[in-house]
Design a protein around this ligand. Structure first.
Ligand code: AMP
Length: 374
């Protein structure tokens, strides 16, 4: 096993094919044992594209009658109000009333597998078992039981044996990790600008970006852009935003992932308006860790609720923001902040990266205080 080069990155050997074979032998033996007396024919369901090699290796070790089918999950579709934002594509056979053994290449935060599980149950599967080649226990945050795990790994970015970097690398029989010695991402520094609506996050972020050469990403701005462009996502997000509610985590997380992927060479990001829930914070950490990165500092602007209320009302006049015009909606935005977003503070305090400044004062005064923390 030697180093491999894919696009702009080098990868070094991590798990050999021989180790994978042993792990697959063991997991296949467990499945064979559980299905030895099974009265029926289960469907082995390959989740494309990543699990194609694993499914092939696993299938040839199964010694009971089974059918094969494959499936893909769309990235972000469906209705926001239900929270389900994905759908199953290309299911090659009916699963109504059947027992399905889902075969995944890797489970990290568990978002894909839990969505797929729910969608398969909705499609009428009688029983869904989950088999994954790899699990990242450090980042798996769901309660869904994973029936068969071939191997647990650290939270590293990997390629090979079906897994890709920008669609490349799936064909290697061994698994590789990013050669961290050479990774420019190590020098990136990411910041969060945090606080209630109207705290001045956008204003301060714009100035910090200028001074420190960071890239500003505001989920509020991204969502407003979708609304202005009249995209399906924008249309669905609009009513939630207009009522002062949050849009589902998966929507904003998808937007952030795409920002990270499309700007790999920046000095760092300043995230504004994200994360707004503890689940988003956990997901952001997982996305950054997968790229060998982390949040450096959370810059928090503290202001009392009454000031928030007045500032939002004033901004509504200046910026013509529908979500900021009605008092009851402003109240809802403040309540949503306390209920869902404030817990993010203890999350980051626990990680030792949380820093707070008094958000009252002139723009210059607050900016100076933030600069002192950078
Ligand atoms: P902002 O401009 O940051 O105040 O965001 C405006 C609205 O967009 C919020 O009230 C939410 O409805 C939505 N939004 C922005 N960022 C997020 C996020 N991270 N999670 C959920 N909803 C968000």
């Amino acid at each position: 096993m030697n180093k491999i080069h894919l696009k702009d990155k080098d990868f070094v050997p991590y798990i050999s094919y021989e180790q994978l074979e042993k792990a697959i032998d063991a997991v296949a033996e467990r499945i064979n044992h559980d299905f030895k007396d099974f009265d029926g024919i289960p469907i082995v369901l390959c989740v494309l594209n990543g699990s194609i090699l694993f499914t092939g290796e696993l299938m040839k070790r199964l010694d009971f009658p089974c059918e094969f089918s494959s499936v893909r999950l769309s990235s972000y579709e469906g209705t926001l109000s239900t929270g389900i934002t994905r759908k199953v594509l290309g299911l090659t056979s009916s699963i109504k009333g059947r027992t399905v053994i889902v075969v995944e290449d890797i489970v990290d935060t568990g978002k894909t597998i839990t969505d797929l599980y729910a969608l398969l149950r909705d499609a009428g599967a009688a029983n869904v078992k989950i088999c994954t080649m790899l699990l990242k226990p450090e980042v798996y945050k769901k309660d869904l039981k994973l029936d068969y795990v071939a191997m647990e790994i650290e939270n590293r970015f990997i390629v090979g044996f079906g897994l890709d970097y920008d669609q490349l690398g799936r064909n290697y029989k061994d698994i590789y990790i990013l050669d961290t010695d050479k990774k420019p991402a190590k020098t990136m520094k990411h910041y969060l600008i945090f606080g209630p609506p109207g705290a001045g996050k956008g204003t301060q972020a714009a100035r910090l970006v200028e001074r420190y050469g960071l890239r500003h990403v505001s989920t509020g701005d991204l969502l407003r852009r979708e609304i202005a462009a009249g995209t399906p996502l924008g249309l669905q997000a609009k009513s939630l935003i207009d009522n002062g509610e949050l849009v589902p985590d998966s929507v904003v997380e998808g937007m952030i992932a795409s920002e990270l992927d499309t700007h790999p060479d920046v000095k760092g990001f300043i995230f504004d308006g994200f994360p707004r829930t503890t689940a988003q914070a956990e997901h952001l950490d997982a996305m950054l860790a997968a790229r060998g990165q982390k949040i450096d500092t959370v810059l928090s602007l503290a202001i009392p609720d009454e000031t928030v209320f007045e500032r939002i009302r004033h901004r509504a006049e200046v910026e013509n923001r529908v979500d900021d015009t009605k008092p009851e909606i402003i109240r809802n935005r403040i309540d949503t902040y306390h209920a869902k977003t404030e817990p993010v503070i203890s999350y980051y305090k626990g990680r030792g990266v949380y820093k707070e400044v008094d958000g009252l004062g002139t723009i210059d005064e607050v900016f100076d205080k933030l600069c002192a923390l950078m």
